[in-house]
Write a protein that binds this ligand. Structure first.
Ligand SMILES: *Cc1c(COP(=O)(O)O)cnc(C)c1O
Length: 372
């Protein structure tokens, strides 16, 4: 069986380094917001190229705290409309609702699966105050056009970078230096959920930003509204990045670029090797703007295709089987007509892709796909 994702193998590479970090943490006994959190925060800010990074408990909280932070500093207010992709993991939209803001669901570009600028432009009105772009499947959204749109309409641009750690924007504008995910907007949210390109051994998340005011607000919000113990400045939450997870993340961060390179190499071999007309392959320009959190194809008769993969012992997953506006939790959006999102949700299927996949496994998957 070729697993969709062999997490044991992914993490076993770092067993000795993890053990040393655990031992050190046990000795330091500084379990909450200890030195490992501040060390990882400065390393991750430096990696992304941002001035600040704040560790959070998970990716959903990172998104929610950005929005709550903007409310705190007066840049958003309750009821403001926030543009989000309709075709995303549910967390993007949940964060908007948790912050008591109003999500406006937008159809994707059918080739990149990311926000379509045309659809975004049509949805703008005086109540829209921010756009959340998701770098879906690890491919950067059209950040330059979205930033331009936000600048000319005085909107905030927020990144959901939960699937895009380490992706680098390609730019045709020579005055623009290459920027990484996390530094393509006013504030970005990351998740370190174990399956992500940079994954912890449990939950974790982070906010990156260059905005000092937002940094201060999110720092307070994630820790009971408190800077000094037992002194509470604002109504906060408990959403701290776990100190031990931060230590593990510092170890894995050193290998992130190599792991992303491996994912891109696998994707390129899939794109070259798969020649089955029944399978629509993802569009990829060969640059570093994609870190292939997922390799997502489209197939019309998905039910029989997944059966075939099961018979041939090839793991697969669907990102995502039911669009957010079709979920029971989101009945308030069930009237929306989002045909592109619905078609994508019915056809997509993700293949195994990970830094520990062997050449042998890759060859087998390609052979199986071509024999379908
Ligand atoms: C994983 C993910 C999140 C949420 O992260 P958690 O750490 O699971 O809360 C948010 N947005 C996207 C696009 C994700 O893939």
């Amino acid at each position: 069986m070729i697993k969709f994702l062999d997490l044991h193998k992914v993490n076993d590479r770092f067993r000795n380094e993890f053990k040393a970090a655990f031992s050190k943490s046990l000795d330091a006994s500084n379990y909450i917001l200890g030195e490992n959190v501040s060390k990882f925060e400065s390393e991750f800010a430096q990696y992304c190229g941002t001035a600040y990074c704040i560790g959070t408990a998970n990716g959903l909280d990172a998104l929610t705290l950005i929005l709550k932070g903007y409310i705190q500093i007066g840049k958003l207010k309750k009821g403001d409309k926030i543009i989000v992709p309709a075709n995303t993991f549910i967390a993007t939209i949940l964060s908007v609702l948790h912050a008591e803001l109003e999500p406006v669901l937008i159809e994707p570009n059918p080739y990149t699966y990311n926000l379509s600028i045309e659809h975004v432009e049509k949805a703008l009105d005086e109540n829209v105050k921010a756009i959340i772009m998701v770098h879906l499947y690890g491919q950067l959204a059209d950040n330059e056009s979205l930033m331009q749109l936000c600048k000319s309409n005085d909107l905030l641009l927020i990144e959901d970078a939960a699937q895009a750690h380490g992706a680098i924007a390609s730019t045709e504008n020579e005055n623009f230096k290459s920027l990484k995910a996390g530094n393509l907007s006013h504030a970005a949210a990351f998740s370190f959920y174990p399956s992500k390109n940079l994954g912890a051994l449990g939950d974790g998340g982070a906010v990156t930003t260059n905005d000092l005011e937002l940094f201060e607000a999110v720092s307070l919000l994630r820790n009971y509204g408190s800077k000094e113990k037992y002194k509470n400045e604002i109504i906060g939450f408990n959403s701290r990045l776990d100190d031990l997870q931060a230590a593990f993340l510092s170890i894995k961060l050193k290998y992130l670029d190599l792991d992303n390179e491996k994912r891109r190499a696998i994707a390129k071999q899939y794109l070259e090797g798969i020649s089955n007309p029944k399978l629509k392959l993802p569009s990829y320009d060969g640059s570093h703007n994609h870190v292939f959190y997922a390799f997502v194809m489209e197939v019309e008769d998905r039910g029989s295709f997944t059966k075939f993969l099961d018979e041939h012992k090839v793991g697969w997953l669907i990102h995502y089987p039911l669009a957010p506006h079709k979920q029971n939790a989101f009945r308030q959006f069930s009237h929306l007509k989002l045909p592109l999102t619905e078609q994508i949700q019915e056809r997509v299927i993700s293949l195994p892709i990970s830094p520990v996949m062997t050449d042998e496994q890759l060859k087998t998957v390609i052979e199986v796909l071509n024999s379908y």
